[in-house]
Design a protein around this ligand. Structure first.
Ligand code: URA
Length: 205
């Protein structure tokens, strides 16, 4: 296993996941999570998508983007004709951070310290997958990828400098689309998100 991790990127990803899950200095919220949610997708995928953190369903299933935001993301990828095998999907923060309120677990945004804790692992994950383009979905991802605060609404659709000399394509988080109250705005913003995914796909080709 140790030998494999040096040459086989899939083994290296599995080893990285085990290393993170087994750390004894994880933040408190990570200990309250059901499990760690690591990235998923083929090694060498040209597109490397980064979300914020696992949500309630992701925490239970142990897989990224399988809840409501994930279903919207899947639909948008489909509409943008981005093949699944060209996409690696992960999160900046790899445990669900929540406030327990009655029977619901209320999503809590990760802070700069949380992002910084997981960042070295995200960078190593990027190094192993070796994509052509990083796509930051929303503010947390963009902060993790660029190392600084990025105004999402201004930066969306543009390329920012990222780690290892890799470009970072900025776009919104699919949850943002789910939260929009106005149907007309939601339709327009969804279409723009699909356009962003199409542009990112073309950029990575
Ligand atoms: N939102 C995210 O940012 N990541 C997930 O995995 C699910 C929802």
């Amino acid at each position: 296993d140790l030998l494999d991790a040096g040459t086989d990127p899939k083994a290296a990803l599995a080893a990285l996941a085990r290393e993170l899950a087994g750390r004894n200095d994880l933040p408190d919220f990570a200990r309250r999570a059901t499990q760690m949610v690591f990235g998923e997708g083929p090694v060498g995928a040209p597109l490397f998508f980064v979300g914020e953190q696992p949500g309630d369903e992701e925490d239970i299933q142990g897989r990224p983007f399988v809840g409501p935001a994930g279903r919207l993301f899947d639909r948008a990828l489909d509409a943008a004709q981005v093949p699944r095998d060209e996409a690696y999907v992960t999160n900046a923060v790899k445990h669900f951070k929540f406030t327990p309120t009655g029977k619901r677990r209320l999503h809590q945004s990760p802070d700069a310290g949380d992002i910084a804790y997981y960042r070295p692992f995200l960078l190593r994950e990027i190094g192993i997958v070796a994509p052509r383009l990083l796509v930051g979905l929303g503010a947390t991802a963009l902060r993790a990828l660029t190392g600084k605060a990025v105004p999402v609404m201004k930066a969306r659709g543009t390329i920012l400098p990222g780690p290892e000399g890799l470009p970072v394509f900025a776009t919104v988080h699919p949850s943002y689309l789910l939260r929009l109250p106005d149907e007309e705005v939601q339709r327009r913003e969804y279409a723009r998100f699909v356009e962003d995914l199409r542009a990112a796909h073309a950029q990575a080709a």
